[in-house]
Design a protein around this ligand. Structure first.
Ligand SMILES: C[S@@+](CC[C@H](N)C(=O)[O-])C[C@H]1O[C@@H](n2cnc3c(N)ncnc32)[C@H](O)[C@@H]1O
Length: 196
């Protein structure tokens, strides 16, 4: 179900926006194409709308995962998007006027969220290109995230890589993986890390 008032209002050329940002900053944009609808829905399906609290999306880019979360029936007022790229932020605000878009660094999640999302969070859904960042930075991000999430709430991350982009064994969380999603370009897998 699409939440009323959050129907995409324009047919912005998502691919063009994406490629423009990729040429400007290939390391932070990471992927060569926007996430497809099958991958986006697979990520959104892991979010439990009944779990209370804000839902934070990291690196939403052009917004395919945001659209899938809204289609799933998530109230747009619960969604907080953290995006580094100024142009993506502007485009997300136009496309999803009821969603809170925060321009900032997801790796400094505590400071970036500030008063925008009061923990405990119900889910964190990440499209960050984690493999482009140092293991130390990734580790710090998952540790902060586990502190902000409600027990059993998921940190959801897709990757094109063969392995988990975050350590699989941890005292902080449990890990599970989807099957490879072949109907995405490139094929991807969704990893879920659940706070213990
Ligand atoms: C793989 S792309 C997003 C893909 C998105 N699912 C789409 O299809 O448009 C990664 C996104 O993470 C954002 N990003 C990278 N580093 C970031 C950071 N430190 N904080 C917030 N966003 C970041 C990029 O600007 C980009 O929008």
């Amino acid at each position: 179900m699409q939440h009323p008032g959050n129907k995409p209002v324009s047919q912005e050329p998502a691919l063009l926006n994406f490629l423009t940002s990729w040429f400007r900053n290939p390391k932070t944009v990471g992927a060569i194409a926007p996430s497809g609808p099958v991958l986006s829905r697979a990520m959104a399906a892991i979010v439990d709308p009944a779990l209370e609290g804000p839902i934070v999306e990291l690196g939403p880019g052009t917004g395919p995962v945001t659209a899938a979360l809204l289609e799933r029936g998530i109230d747009p007022k619960r969604l907080v998007l953290v995006e580094y790229d100024k142009d993506f932020c502007a485009s997300l605000r136009r496309r999803f006027p009821e969603v809170n878009v925060v321009e900032g660094d997801a790796f400094a999640l505590d400071a970036t969220l500030g008063a925008h999302a009061k923990p405990p969070l119900a889910a964190i859904v990440s499209s960050l290109p984690l493999l482009n960042f140092a293991q130390e930075q990734r580790q710090k991000l998952i540790e902060i995230s586990m502190r902000l999430l409600r027990p059993r709430a998921p940190f959801i991350q897709f990757t094109y890589g063969a392995n988990s982009p975050l350590p699989v064994a941890s005292p902080l969380y449990e890990t599970s993986a989807s099957k490879r999603i072949w109907r995405n370009l490139p094929p991807a897998r969704v990893w879920t890390y659940r706070a213990k």
